[in-house]
Write a protein that binds this ligand. Structure first.
Ligand SMILES: NC(=O)c1ccc[n+]([C@@H]2O[C@H](COP(=O)([O-])OP(=O)(O)OC[C@H]3O[C@@H](n4cnc5c(N)ncnc54)[C@H](O)[C@@H]3O)[C@@H](O)[C@H]2O)c1
Length: 328
């Protein structure tokens, strides 16, 4: 019987995981399972074990799940263009492996499974306030596999196995495993490095959340009473800003010039409501989006990103390089 808690974080070496894991280590021993697509930027620690492997490896996952009390599942092909590179692989990683993980986790006595979904599952909605009860109309393969994985996760809940999926807004702010391919970070980087920010259209709304807030939420979800989250989904985002507003925040922080390009290739506009998670769990993001830009600026000033155009900061560039060199 498992008594002491041990948290298994899949994808723990990714952008979100690398900020989350040190927070978890203050309270629990942690095992990270990651295929290390973007390397490992976690600092070694006595109560941290990092295992290089693939969530599709059923034997390995059974052995790791047997030793875990809780799972935070982050491993994923984590954006639209990467998901489109090899659709069969995307279904395997983002959907089929999740089914295998939750079934095995339940069988071996894991008590809680927290899964990272995405607010992109809604597609584009007319509603001003996109709440969890609205239908899902995912527009991309990535969003479709996230929507399907949510159903798998919710269906497994019960008999002492607590599950929850978080429909995260786009994450922003610095991480030791940085991504410069998410909207706020893209704009902050071009403002700082190039002195200009190009905005395509600009009226589109995009929900974002600071990386410190989303990682605080994952930590909190390990402790909230099971009946408040079991089998549920929650949106998690800070204020919904337009793309132009985000550019203006980056301009205010850096003095960069904004160039508006009316040649809009992506006019998707989303606004998610994060009222349910506030009402039912008391979670409210603390950091405004502008703080993420300030934090990225400070990281640049401290020399954290000496080569910001390196492929490692862009999931699609890294995935293409890996696929050209070997199987992912
Ligand atoms: N970053 C965002 O804006 C955002 C927004 C909404 C949801 N999410 C979700 O949050 C999670 C974490 O996102 P992130 O930004 O840290 O992504 P990321 O790409 O930085 O990290 C994903 C990690 O998963 C690992 N991984 C990929 N395939 C694997 C496999 N088959 N087996 C084991 N490990 C594998 C990668 O090596 C990587 O370290 C993802 O599920 C993502 O879909 C992210």
């Amino acid at each position: 019987m498992k008594k002491d808690r041990r948290i298994l974080v899949t994808g723990g070496c990714g952008y979100v995981g690398t900020v989350l894991v040190p927070k978890l280590l203050r309270r629990y021993p942690v095992t990270v399972l990651d295929s290390l697509l973007f390397g490992n930027h976690l600092k070694p620690a006595a109560n941290l074990s990092v295992v290089e492997g693939d969530i599709r490896d059923a034997r390995l996952m059974r052995s790791l799940l047997s030793k875990a009390t809780d799972v935070i599942h982050l491993a994923s092909i984590a954006n639209d263009p990467c998901s489109d590179l090899d659709p069969a692989l995307t279904y395997q990683v983002n959907r089929d492996a999740v089914a295998q993980l939750v079934n095995t986790a339940k069988e071996v006595g894991v008590s809680r499974f927290i899964s990272a979904s995405s607010s992109s599952v809604y597609g584009v909605k007319e509603e001003e306030s996109v709440t969890e009860d609205l239908s899902l109309e995912p527009l991309t393969l990535y969003a479709k596999t996230k929507a399907e994985s949510e159903k798998i996760v919710a269906a497994a809940a019960g008999n002492g196995f607590t599950t929850v999926s978080i429909r995260s807004a786009t994450v922003c702010g610095p991480s030791p495993r940085m991504r410069f391919d998410v909207i706020v970070n893209i704009m902050a980087k071009s403002a700082i490095v190039d002195g200009t920010i190009t905005v395509f259209g600009g009226g589109q709304h995009r929900p974002n959340i600071h990386i410190d807030d989303i990682t605080d939420l994952y930590v909190m979800l390990l402790e909230v009473p099971a009946d408040k989250i079991n089998g549920k989904v929650f949106n998690a985002g800070a204020t919904n800003h337009t793309v132009k507003e985000i550019a203006e925040m980056a301009q205010a922080e850096t003095g960069a010039t904004i160039k508006i390009d009316s040649n809009v290739t992506d006019n998707r506009s989303y606004r998610i409501s994060s009222e349910k998670i506030k009402r039912e769990l008391g979670f409210e993001p603390e950091k405004p989006i502008r703080q993420a830009i300030k934090d990225i600026k400070e990281a640049f000033a401290n020399g954290v990103f000496p080569n910001p155009n390196s492929s490692i900061y862009y999931n699609i560039k890294t995935m293409k390089e890996k696929m050209a060199g070997r199987a992912v």
